[in-house]
Design a protein. Sequence first.
Length: 199
Amino acid sequence: MSKNKYEHDAQPNDNEKPEVELNDVAAEEGVTVEDDVLESEDENEDEALKDQLDKALKANESMKKDYMFLMAEFDNFKKRTLKEKSELLKNAAESTLKGLLPIVDDFERGLDAIKDSSDVSSVKEGMELIYNKLIKYLAANGVKPIESTGAAFDADLHEAIAMVPTPDESQRGKVIDTVEKGYTLNDKVIRHAKVAVGQ
């Protein structure tokens, strides 16, 4: 009995497995392929977020350490600067006072010479020499006297302790007499000149 060639083709081969739809199997288990894919994507996204969080935490920890290090460095810098400043002030005063000691020595020698000397002119000359030496030393250290007598009254430089009537109009508002000299240190007034002002 001859078989129809079409019949033979229509019968399934034992070696061939029927094609099964993936969605059919997934449907039997109560899930869809899309759900599976979404769940896998969610897991990947969670892992990525965890990695980002770990990196951010590490970066935060590193920045915190750097900040603490900088704070410690700044604290050390402040302490060192204060120490240097106090040492500078101390040494500056020491240097200034040390420069005055030779002048003190001259005064002491002058006082000893006065005891045995009756010559007034030599005593006067010695005093002038010591005075000039002191003024020269002060000028070398930036201390200068304020020129007052004859100058216009300036409240930044002068302190008026008296008002003197003057018949001359040109003398009004000007310093007539300097009672006590004023001084500047590097152009900053350290003592105002006490003056009498024309009225």
